[in-house]
Write a protein that binds this ligand. Structure first.
Ligand SMILES: N[C@@H](CCC(=O)N[C@@H](CS)C(=O)NCC(=O)O)C(=O)O
Length: 211
């Protein structure tokens, strides 16, 4: 099928973000579950994503990797789902702003903090995110006076930023602030988010019972 959508994922990964986005756009897609130790590093998958990481999306002969790029690509490929302001709309500004802010500074700051890496104050100028507290403060300010990040409607930027916050608060890598919790409750109540969670939970191996 020329324009088939295939999601390469693992249920315990950022692939959950891409699945939520696929559920939002409402097109049929096929899921290929990859195993961290084996199929994710096999030549067949490395030909799709040389990083050997998930998620990846195939749409016909196009491959997109990076969870944020997958969200942005799907929003533009299926505009009828209304998950991005049109290209000429000025709300495209905040849409890009928060999508890129989350994929860059937020992701890096949260990962470094989780690993215990603290940027020496005299090097903050050269690090894109500067200081993790400032990153969180900027997000908190944006979410304190608006329900969504790019105008009055939910967009792919909310899906991506919301996922970062939701997973971060769940794993304890992002502190629970009231504005983050309210936002996460709002966006995760969407039917597509619940459907995606159910699909990935069903694919997640259950811990073996001992005894
Ligand atoms: N920057 C990538 C990160 C993808 C990523 O690190 N995925 C992890 C799972 S959440 C992975 O596939 N790890 C497997 C490995 O590195 O071996 C994105 O946002 O999609």
């Amino acid at each position: 099928m020329a324009d088939e959508l295939i999601l390469y994922t693992n249920p315990m990964s950022r692939g959950r973000i891409a699945r939520w986005m696929l559920e939002e756009v409402g097109q049929s897609y096929r899921t290929e579950v990859l195993d961290y130790a084996t199929s994710m590093k096999a030549p067949a998958y490395l030909a799709i994503n040389p990083m050997g990481k998930v998620p990846a999306l195939r749409h016909g002969d196009v491959v997109v990797t990076e969870a944020a790029a997958i969200c942005a690509y799907l929003a533009d490929a299926f505009p009828q789902a209304k998950l991005a302001p049109p290209p000429s709309d000025r709300r495209r500004g905040p849409y890009y702003r928060w999508l890129f802010f989350s994929a860059g500074p937020v992701e890096a700051a949260v990962s470094n903090k989780a690993l215990g890496f603290v940027v020496p104050p005299e090097r903050e100028r050269m690090i894109g995110y500067g200081r993790v507290e400032h990153v969180m403060g900027a997000l908190e300010a944006a979410l304190s006076h608006a329900d969504y990040l790019a105008g009055d409607d939910f967009t792919a930027a909310d899906l991506y930023v919301g996922s970062q916050l939701g997973f971060g608060m769940m794993f304890g890598t992002i502190e629970k602030r009231p504005a983050f919790e309210r936002y996460w409750q709002r966006v995760s109540a969407r039917p597509a988010c619940k459907r995606a969670k159910e699909l990935d939970d069903a694919l997640t191996p259950r811990p073996q019972a001992h005894g």
